[in-house]
Design a protein around this ligand. Structure first.
Ligand code: ADP
Ligand code: MG
Length: 629
């Protein structure tokens, strides 16, 4: 036997432990859920490994989790006869934090204990939750198929000790020495209650010692016999008719580590050429790391009830990464690997059917009269769903129907209008679905480009999500109607109509105006100058020439640090505006230039551009104002 060795915790672990010990009191019973979840993982791993090497069972095939407590010693013990850990694995898994998530965890603490303790599970730092209730934790473990056992102990204060021990049973046993004020957990009823609340559908029996009334001592006496506390049935294998919402909720909370109830569950048993069961959940709230590239996501994959892997991302496309749940297939081999999943016909079919179920369910939710539920879903996951339009070509139409937008129909409510609503409201002769993309909702709805559309009563989609520019570049049409940007120069349908009403005299006058301004600004600054019919209140606007990138797109690319070739805008002037009329009447070249620049710059500002020389703009404006005053 080797002597006891002392090791220091990684800095992050220490930070985390401090949190556990001092901050996370309100949901302290989650420690049991976390330790049971780890035990269940260890049993899953053993069962899987034993498929190819039966000796790992060590003659003990009844996999179970055992919970006990000792009132005198003030301890609670959680044991499993699962895979166990080697000494090196103990050091690697308990004492360091392998994933970068912990830092983010620490950063995302809100100070609201209920919320914060909810985050523990999501970050995969479950083991340390022991220190919410314990002032000392002892872990004894022996890896299945090896002989050396390891004891790990810690008071959760900066260091832990390791020593070699002999351990008869494979697996791990964790003993929590409870803090002074944690006596409530030295109670059979309380422990049982936590187990059935959080861990009823853990796929292995969770057992406790049976008790019997002792007449002499006038109290319950523990027997050596064990009884099973949880249901331990793989919930997805049970018929829907036998499951309550409560059952579905509990299972969701077990697999997702989410404290809320799910927004919906979708449970299907498929028999025929393929045989599998899927139980999928839509969460109510987006996880904090929905956009984190490192985040593992996906479904749990089982093969004939044997757990194969977590986060099987091939079972759900990226844009549905928020879906949680289980797929249990009867057609895949037990030794299926992530690589095989990538190019497997069975997986492809299961995935396609699962995606369809999720989208159909969302479709139903969206159609329901009481659509608060869908609004909530959209606010949480709408941005992610938009990715699907590009990622999942086969389901493009279905996804397009699920999208919700802000529009000028009612620009006070954000992202509630379906494309179908828009199309239903279109007049017979409206050619396209019009949209504008800007950095913010306020910028979109305040854009001068909207003036004509508002006047004519034509609805315009107001887009301002980061992903929207990309979205419209992939969504060319909906229900046979083309999508068209109102800031593109290509809006001939309106210009032609207005042209017709002009007299020859008007036309000449306009030509003179545009020539004058074009000459004043020069080819360096603008591609062209035109008279527009699209403005009513503003003197000028800029549009991008056909085939060129939109202003919003350019800004996004610049923000991403990409070089964007300089594009010259087309300046459009509103001939009916007082400022433009004044300009028209001027003949001093210098003044014409100043005014032209001023109109160009304000039009660029209105589009959210950064001016190259803001100080020069201010100076120009001030001198113009001084002349007025
Ligand atoms: P997570 O379960 O999210 O990985 P935890 O903090 O709960 O994070 O556990 C850390 C790691 O410690 C686990 O991934 C596992 O490798 C190991 N571990 C914890 N409990 C056990 C156990 N009962 N048996 C075997 N390994 C365990
Ligand atoms: Mg865990």
């Amino acid at each position: 036997m080797s002597a006891t060795e002392t090791h220091e915790f990684q800095t992050e672990v220490n930070q985390l432990l401090k949190l556990m010990i001092h901050a996370l009191y309100s949901n302290k019973e989650i420690f049991l859920r976390e330790l049971i979840s780890n035990a269940s993982d260890a049993l899953d791993k053993l069962r899987f490994a034993a498929v190819s090497d039966d000796s790992l069972n060590e003659g003990d095939e009844k996999l179970a989790i055992t919970i006990g407590f000792d009132k005198e010693a003030r301890t609670v013990t959680i044991s499993d006869n699962g895979i166990g850990m080697t000494r090196d694995e103990v050091i690697a898994n308990i004492g360091t934090i392998a994933n970068s998530g912990t830092k983010k965890f620490l950063e995302s603490m809100t100070g609201d204990q209920a919320k914060d303790s909810n985050l523990i599970g999501q970050f995969g730092v479950g083991f340390y939750s022991s220190f919410i209730v314990a002032d000392e934790v002892t872990l004894e473990t022996r890896k299945a198929g090896t002989s050396e056992g390891t004891r790990w102990t810690s008071k959760g204060e900066g260091e832990y000790t390791l020593e070699e021990v002999s351990k008869d049973d494979k697996g791990t046993s964790i003993t929590l020495h409870l803090k002074e004020d944690m006596d409530e957990f030295l109670d059979r009823f309380r422990l049982k209650n936590i187990i059935t609340t959080y861990s009823d559908h853990i796929n292995f029996p969770i057992q406790m010692k049976k008790t019997e009334w002792d007449e002499e001592a006038k109290e319950d006496k523990e027997l050596d016999e064990l009884e099973q506390v949880n249901k331990a049935t793989a919930i997805w294998t049970q018929p829907k008719s036998e499951l309550s919402d409560e059952d579905y909720k509990n299972f969701y909370q077990t697999i997702s580590h989410d404290f809320q109830e799910p927004a919906a569950h979708i449970h299907n048993k498929v028999e025929g050429t393929l045989e599998y069961t899927s139980l999928l959940y839509l969460p109510k709230k987006a996880p904090f790391d929905l956009y984190d590239r490192d985040r593992r996501y996906g479904l749990k994959l089982y093969v004939k009830r044997v757990f194969i892997m977590d986060d099987a991302e091939h079972l759900m496309p990226t844009y549905l990464r928020f879906v949680r749940g289980v797929i249990d297939s009867a057609d895949l081999p037990l030794n299926v690997s992530r690589e095989i999943l990538q190019s497997n016909k069975v997986v492809d079919k299961i995935r396609a059917a699962s995606v369809k179920r999720v989208l159909d369910h969302l479709g139903k939710m969206a159609k329901a009269d009481d659509s608060d539920e869908y609004h909530n879903f959209w606010d949480e996951f709408g941005q992610v769903l938009k990715e699907g339009l590009v990622e999942d070509f086969a389901n493009k139409d279905k996804i397009a129907k699920l999208l919700r937008f802000s529009t000028t129909h009612d620009d006070k409510v954000e992202q509630r209008i379906a494309l179908q609503d828009y199309v239903d409201r279109m007049s017979e002769d409206q050619e396209a679905i019009y949209y504008i993309v800007a950095d913010t909702h306020a910028a979109a709805k305040g854009s001068p480009h909207l003036e004509m559309f508002r006047k004519k009563g034509i609805e315009v989609l107001l887009l301002s999500d980061r992903i929207d520019e990309w979205l419209v570049s992939h969504l060319n049409e909906f229900e046979g109607k083309q999508l068209k940007s109102i800031t593109s120069a290509d809006l001939k349908e309106f210009d032609e109509e207005a042209e017709k009403e002009l007299s020859e005299e008007d036309k000449k006058q306009r030509e003179a105006l545009t020539e004058k301004v074009k000459k004043a600004l020069g080819e360096e600054l603008v591609q062209d100058v035109k008279v527009t019919h699209r403005l009513t209140d503003s003197p000028a606007c800029v549009v991008n020439a056909e085939g060129e990138m939109s202003a919003h797109m350019i800004r996004m690319m610049e923000q991403m640090g990409q070089e964007v070739p300089k594009q010259k805008p087309v300046l459009e002037l509103n001939p009916d505006h007082a400022l433009v009329k004044k300009l028209e009447a001027m003949d001093n070249d210098d003044t014409v230039k100043e005014w032209s620049l001023f109109l160009l710059e304000q039009a660029q500002l209105a589009e959210g551009h950064q001016l190259e020389e803001p100080a020069a703009f201010i100076k120009r404006m001030n001198s113009l104002l001084a002349n007025v005053a």
